[in-house]
Design a binder for this molecule. Sequence first.
Ligand code: FES
Length: 567
Amino acid sequence: MASNRPLRSQTWFAQPTYESLTHRAAIRAEGFTPDVFQNRPVIGICNSWSELNHCNLHLRTVAEAVKRGVWAAGGFPLEFPTISLGEIYMKPTTMLFRNLMAMDVEECIRAYPLDGVVLLCGCDKTTPAQIMGAASADLPAIVVTGGPQLNGRWEGNPIGAGTDGRKLYDLYRTGRIDDEQLCEIEGGIYRSAGHCNVMGTASTMTSLAEALGLALPGCASIPAPDSRRQAVAEQSGRRIVEAVWEDLRPSRILTRAALENAITVDMAIGGSTNAVVHLIAIAGRLGIPLPLAEFDAISRRTPFLANVKPSGQFLMEDFFYAGGLPALMKEILPLLHGDALTITGKTIAENLATAVCYNRDVIREAARPLHPEGGTVVLNGNLAPNGAVLKQTAASPHLLQHRGQAYVFENYQQMRAEIDSDDLPVEASTVLVMKNAGPKGAPGFPEWGHIPMPRVLLNRGIPDMVRISDARMSGTSFGTVVLHIAPESAIGGPLAIAETGDEIALDVANRRIDLCLPADEIARRLATFEPPPPKYTRGYGKLFLDHVTQADQGCDFDFLRAESAHE
Ligand code: FES
């Protein structure tokens, strides 16, 4: 397929100028023949491969499969690296660098002689960062995810990255697992390249890339080592060349309908709470307002169907064998905008026509959901005037209506120092509060919100309690955990004035989180608030502190939202 539409890359390669000569000569220096300039779409393969990121370790192999497809369809593939955000190693948090990666992706796409781009991602932030950058650059783009790891195994049982790791480590903390067993777990929990094998942030965001219409149907769920991962990569390489000729840009796909589809799918899969922040940021790149209230409205009407950890029983490999995301999306098709356009050139409904579910224990029917509502709920109240989130499907039902006395940690460091103390004065009814863990306070909005259960309570067999903070938590985590409180404490949000001994009320049915104090006492305490000194005074950290928006606005930089976009 070719058209007479002039290619953007020809501006570099087909001009009667000295500069154009050097552009061609530079490609010839890589050993290509002049044939590559004969009206072939130049396809950038934007690769987040890194040996510092085991989740994306196989993406160079995936890139080779993409290249096969691009060549076969008459394009010219050129692979380029971007920074890679490895969730396990990066300190203080990958979220500090999501916007940096998005800028890297956006500016590389814009600055180089590309007609279209294939985005290779997997580990948590790499997917939203690439989509944000590609949305702003607005050249035809297709997402090829790396896929989830194989199921973890220990003592004959499946174990999920993050989710079971935390549970097993709590057994170690309380002496019920020894060093040798811990070493065995270490060797069996991540069994291959690929992203975390539960419905954590990576599986959520790769699924939402597909729900948004940016990836080929079925792409997100294929395990990383499965040969079909290479096949879908080759297919995606072919398809991006066609998409260039069709001028099928992200701005035609990433509409309000597509974003609503993504939220609906997020609720049905029991997706990570982090998806809320990332979807708002993606919408911001397109100039589409996406208030938190919209997430809650969609949550209330969407059944939770994916029986995958941390909210369910199974792992991503099982989800794939059950039919994967297309089977789940077909089940909720009446709740989706079926006419939304996708990168296939067809609609969501057309893409799902042949989807089949093979295991109803893993992907439930809409009429027999695991929970009648979606995974994530949005809370408001005097502690969170601009909102907070909670993953109700991974919480303890008996704690969803709760009133208890606060025990307050002023920051993460204090929490780490005290949480295993034998005389920590907490009960099962205590509400643990942690401050200064938000976008500006931590800074970087780290995944500190899953405050570990105090050892004194674990020793008494108490597995969960209400915990609240302005931090995020890993999508692999679980528990009755209120997150993303906005505005955050470091800028004077009401969380800043909570004190040990105050009563806090959580009322999920009515979507409220409140500090049970008279209004005049709240006003008195707020009047005494003084912000902590900034953690960065130079470099990227300062840029982040000066421009990051709050959780309810997606934590993008204010100057990267659509109104500031440039060409
Ligand atoms: Fe990369 Fe979990 S550590 S997805």
